[in-house]
Design a protein around this ligand. Structure first.
Ligand code: TMP
Length: 238
């Protein structure tokens, strides 16, 4: 199935968020979801791996440090298995109902982590991705990038125990981040860069701007002005 056909075949809108560790994706997904709901859309927030009962069980397995070392192919197939279930059980039906689906990670994470990070041949990863996603391709993907792998890892793990992927060294995560950058350049505009080094309000404004072609309402600057975004910074300190 070609990319254009798989994007056009459903009435809903599928948007994914990608990036290395500690980029703050979930904050921005929640903020965007609230805004879109305020505009009258029906919005579904999901995360990968997860989003279904089976997917959450697979998530717990694949991230549990107790199982290391895990074969890279086994690791990739667990992510793909969780994805296949999520696409069939949740994403495709929601898109058919016309919902906006915001997903925290999708196929690009597998290409970055298992392809660039673990060294699995990228073509093989892409073939597995297309099979698991049943050809579904996001309408737009936001790549949230922070200052560097070490900073992101630190932010992701300072609250408590690191999961199995977070326990990989900085070199692994640097390869992942570089992979995302390369994939963005090759994506024909689907993957859009969002710089997260400034305050959350600035990152959120970039998220909205990056989605202007997919959801034109987000570029209504009289409604979504500095004050609107600044609530994010207030909350961060409150
Ligand atoms: P996170 O969504 O909380 O960041 O946790 C998911 C972890 O799994 C994160 O380290 C990225 C990693 N991952 C992969 O390695 N491959 C994948 O296909 C996906 C979806 C996530």
């Amino acid at each position: 199935m070609n990319e254009a056909a798989s994007r056009a075949e459903v009435p809903g809108v599928f948007i994914t968020f990608e990036g290395g560790e500690g980029a703050g994706k979930s904050t921005h997904i929640r903020f965007l979801a609230r805004t879109l709901e305020g505009l009258g859309y029906s919005v579904l927030m999901l995360r990968e791996p997860g989003g279904t009962e089976l997917g959450e069980a697979l998530r717990a397995l694949v991230l549990d440090p107790a199982y290391g070392p895990v074969s890279p192919r086994c690791e990739m197939l667990i992510y793909e298995a969780a994805r296949a279930q999520l696409v069939d059980e949740v994403i495709r039906p929601a898109l058919l109902e016309g919902k906006i689906v915001l997903c925290d990670r999708f196929t690009d994470s597998t290409e970055a982590y298992q392809g660039f990070g673990r060294g699995i041949d990228r073509e093989q990863v892409r073939t597995a991705n297309a099979f698991a996603a049943d050809g579904l391709v996001p309408e737009a993907t936001l790549l949230l990038r922070c200052e560097g792998a070490a900073v992101g890892l630190d932010r992701a793990t300072h609250h408590g125990d690191a999961d199995r992927l977070e326990q990989e060294g900085v070199d692994f995560h640097t390869r992942v981040n570089r992979g995302f950058d390369q994939m963005m350049g090759e994506s024909g505009g689907r993957i859009r860069l969002v710089d997260t080094s400034g305050p959350k309000s600035m990152t959120a404004a970039q998220v909205f701007a990056a989605l202007a072609d997919v959801l034109p309402e987000l570029s209504d600057h009289s409604r979504f002005d500095e004050d609107y975004f600044s609530t994010l910074d207030v909350k961060a300190h409150g």
